[in-house]
Design a protein around this ligand. Structure first.
Ligand code: MN
Length: 375
């Protein structure tokens, strides 16, 4: 566990002493949301806490998906309007998938790569759609977030954040933020409504996966405000040539093992293509597990999907990947991971991939040793 090594409170005493009114002690954990707290109570706590600060950094997970981009932009808006602060939204990795690029471009969302962030300029750090321990974000280890809002299962270290609203069954972080927005009484700008709506839509696959009544509620509340033309442009973007080339490779390389499909994509041009391919191949008849992986800038990215409701893809991928020194996360039906490849030559990489695929196949309950090609 990284918990002890991280010392999350150590930096606060020096660079945040000006907020003398707020006591930095474990008692701050009283601000954590409890099940049953209304959105109004949670929002009030957040705003009360934020008011002692001047500039917020809202961080998404790396290679952000629509849910994390939308949540971050909407949370920044709430903080600016209600706590009178400045706020910037930053992400690690790249905005890769064509839909996600279109989301940012069409709605003119202000998001910046984390390399452009000067940490000393920000006295409130928020993290959305991920958690400190998750390993899929770029917050340097010397920093710890003040605010964590995420719909993924709670990780122990998150309990150290002064304000945390995590876990539960909710299908998207965008739903949580939409509820905050609703409780705030702020006017909902159409570009933020559109982003949040698409965030919920993408994470729940049109309300058909891991969806709660709260997701449906937020979706319906947002719908009249959504900019439909913008949404159409985001959902049906122009695709780069590499996209079709990669799909060609994916179909050629995919191997079907009984009820599982495994695809080694080789080099990928954007890391989130593994998610796109894993998601697509789950549509193959009789397939219950879909795994895709590929290499991007010295890391091996994995994406896992299952259509078996009794299974937990998030737990499975963590079991397999964490023992190899990688980081992983996810929930019931969808999960992702990455493993650093630094220092490994091509033969060692191939061995590692081979070993991981065998582990996954065992976990999927596959008996056969030999996969069939799709084409
Ligand atoms: Mn999400």
């Amino acid at each position: 566990m990284k918990t002890a090594a991280r010392m999350p409170f150590s930096h606060r005493h020096d660079d945040r002493s000006r907020q003398g009114a707020l006591i930095r002690s474990p008692r701050m954990s009283l601000l954590r949301s409890k099940e049953g707290d209304s959105q109004q109570v949670k929002l009030d706590r957040l705003i009360q806490y934020a008011r002692g600060h001047e500039r917020a950094l809202v961080l998404t997970h790396d290679n952000p998906d629509p849910d994390s981009i939308a949540s971050a932009v909407a949370l920044a808006h709430i903080l600016v309007r209600m706590a009178g602060m400045e706020a910037i939204v930053a992400y690690g990795g790249i905005v890769g998938r064509a839909e996600n690029r279109a989301l940012v471009r069409v709605l003119k969302l202000t998001v910046v790569p984390i390399a452009r962030v000067v940490f000393g300029d920000n006295d409130l750090i928020c993290m959305v759609d991920t958690q400190p321990e998750q390993g899929n974000h770029s917050l340097p280890a010397r920093h710890f977030p003040d605010v964590v809002i995420d719909h993924h299962p709670e990780r122990p270290e998150t309990r150290l954040a002064p304000i945390a609203d995590v876990g539960g069954e909710i299908g998207a972080t965008s739903t949580v933020i939409a509820e905050y927005f609703r409780a705030s009484g702020l006017e909902m700008p159409p570009h933020i409504a559109t982003a949040l709506y698409y965030g919920i839509k993408a994470d729940t696959r049109d309300l058909g996966r891991q969806t709660t009544p709260a997701d449906v509620d937020a979706y319906l509340w947002l719908f009249p405000i959504v900019d439909k033309e913008a949404l159409a442009e985001i959902e049906h973007p122009r695709l780069p040539l590499e996209y079709f080339q990669l799909y060609h490779t994916a179909i050629e390389r995919a191997l079907v093992y009984e009820h599982a499909v495994v695809c080694d994509l080789g080099e990928i041009y954007v890391p989130d293509m593994v998610a796109e391919v894993a998601e697509r191949f789950l549509f193959l008849q009789d397939v219950k597990w879909s795994l895709a992986f590929g290499e991007y800038e010295g890391q091996l990215y994995f994406s896992l999907r299952t259509s078996d409701r009794r299974m937990n893809a998030g737990r499975l991928i963590r079991d397999v990947i964490e023992e190899k020194g990688g980081s992983a996360g996810g929930h019931g039906s969808m999960a992702g991971a990455r493993v650093p490849l630094r220092g490994l030559g091509p033969p060692a990489r191939a061995r590692l991939e081979q070993e991981l695929v065998q582990r996954f196949l065992k976990e999927f309950g596959v008996k056969t040793k030999k996969g069939r090609r799709m084409v």
